[in-house]
Design a protein around this ligand. Structure first.
Ligand SMILES: [Zn+2]
Length: 465
């Protein structure tokens, strides 16, 4: 199966959080059963098979990175129907972009009871878009829905905003609601422009030269174009080498910027929403709540009539999500729990019937992970490189997935620094360590340099300041 993903915004670690499957759900594939308390490190068995327990790892060690990815590939994730009525006011329409990172695809929700409804999230522009538009249209027809009252975007990641343009063409003009859009042009596009290299990525009419949807391989850049500056920026992305990765990211980034420009220029009717704002349609009122952590612009929406929450990618119906800023993420989880939502409608995975239960489990799961990382840091007398902790906590992770483990550990180390519990040091040319006063946020810089050294403040006297 072809798989579209972007590690900037998709779940990947699938740490152990099991969730209930919605009642009345039909399964086109043979169902498999997860163990009670199933987690990404637990085996999955066919109905009737004997459960085989994995050998226990030493306390504090983990071996769960991306095991969930294999589960998807093996077909052990329970599928979802193309569309299903979840409650009186909510229908889930599945975007046809399945993948090991998007699970069965992005959940898009038709909300309301009238002839026009709200649509929350829109799926992927370059993968499965035709099929999604057809399914949405037949779903609307069957339900007697004639149009859209609004398009609500939980966050500006490509698997959520992808079909805004097509929806405008078909049903528009439709008001679009999202959090305030960043004023910054993409740093990658700015840098290519600054270096005078952007023309090598564009056609004469200003569109990306490489389209991974139709082109097998990206075109070769001229030999005298030096892109070594991009190596570190793109190293965790898709592609064989820096050139391929750059073409691929350019394609995604260009389309992202294109949509933002269209919204800003009022080509599509766009309204910025913030916490407390409400969006209404017949039979449904959504109250917006800013919940950063997965991304800085992430909004969740409370369906007032049912007191249930559209959780976007903050809480998923299977496994755990990708986190850019752990401190924000935990604060958001607690805010969500404080609301006591009856159910959650996640951005990926199955409907979560018990909202409070899943939130409590997400929080305690994260606290356990945090504790393990803290113990690995605090027991050391000297500042330590992140790789040392990653290898200690993820001893059995295959090398090609270690970057994921590293990313998990890095967001926790950043959180310790943000809370004043840890320090981070940069070795200088004379061998001395210089303490960083402030780190850029995970939203601005995804991967800090490997050479940084980390120390718990309570154990290590601040060295060489
Ligand atoms: Zn997503």
């Amino acid at each position: 199966m072809s798989s579209w993903y972007c590690p900037c915004c998709v779940p990947f670690d699938f740490d152990p959080v099991d969730v209930p499957i919605s009642a009345g759900y039909t399964r086109p594939r043979k169902p498999r059963k997860l163990f009670p308390g199933a987690c990404a490190s637990s085996p999955v068995v066919e109905d009737g098979e004997k459960e085989i327990q994995p050998p226990p790892l030493p306390k504090g060690q983990r071996n769960v990175i991306a095991v969930g990815l294999q589960r998807f590939a093996e077909g052990t994730l329970q599928p979802q129907p193309d569309w299903e009525q979840l409650t009186d006011r909510v229908v889930c329409v599945l975007a046809q972009n399945p993948g090991s990172f998007t699970l069965n695809g992005t959940n898009c929700y038709l909300v309301g009871t009238g002839r026009k409804r709200l649509l929350i999230d829109t799926g992927e522009q370059h993968f499965g878009a035709d099929a999604f538009m057809n399914i949405l249209s037949s779903c609307m027809e069957e339900l007697g829905v004639e149009g859209l009252d609004g398009i609500v975007i939980t966050h500006m990641h490509h698997d959520h905003y992808g079909n805004v343009g097509r929806l405008q063409d078909k049903y528009g003009p439709v008001p679009v609601y999202s959090r305030e859009l960043s004023h910054r042009t993409s740093p990658l596009l700015s840098e290519l422009r600054r270096r005078g290299q952007i023309q090598h990525f564009l056609t004469l009419d200003g569109k990306p030269l490489y389209n991974p949807k139709v082109d097998g391989k990206p075109p070769k850049l001229p030999e005298d174009v030096d892109i070594s500056w991009a190596h570190d920026r793109v190293k965790h992305f898709h592609g064989k080498n820096t050139e391929e990765k750059l073409h691929w990211i350019f394609f995604m980034t260009w389309h992202h910027q294109d949509l933002i420009d269209r919204l800003r220029n009022c080509e599509y009717p766009w309204t910025a929403v913030d916490s407390g704002d409400t969006i209404s349609t017949e039979g449904a009122t959504l109250t917006a709540m800013h919940m950063p952590g997965h991304s800085d612009d992430h909004m969740t929406f409370l369906l007032e009539e049912e007191h249930s929450l559209f959780s976007g990618d903050h809480v998923l119906g299977w496994g755990t999500t990708f986190i850019m800023e752990m401190k924000d993420y935990m604060d958001s989880l607690r805010k969500m729990l404080h609301m006591h939502p009856v159910s959650l409608f996640p951005g990926h995975g199955h409907f979560i019937e018990d909202g409070v239960d899943i939130l409590q489990r997400y929080i305690s799961h994260r606290q356990m992970r945090e504790q393990q990382t803290w113990e690995a840091l605090v027991k050391r007398k000297e500042p330590v490189r992140i790789d040392v902790i990653v290898h200690e906590l993820y001893p059995n992770t295959v090398p090609e997935r270690l970057w994921m483990a590293r990313s998990n550990v890095e967001v926790l180390l950043r959180k310790f620094v943000a809370e004043g519990a840890a320090s981070v040091f940069v070795p200088s040319w004379d061998g001395r360590l210089r303490r960083m006063r402030k780190l850029p946020t995970g939203y601005d810089v995804r991967h800090l340099p490997d050479g940084y050294l980390w120390a718990a403040r309570r154990t290590v006297p601040t060295p060489n300041l």
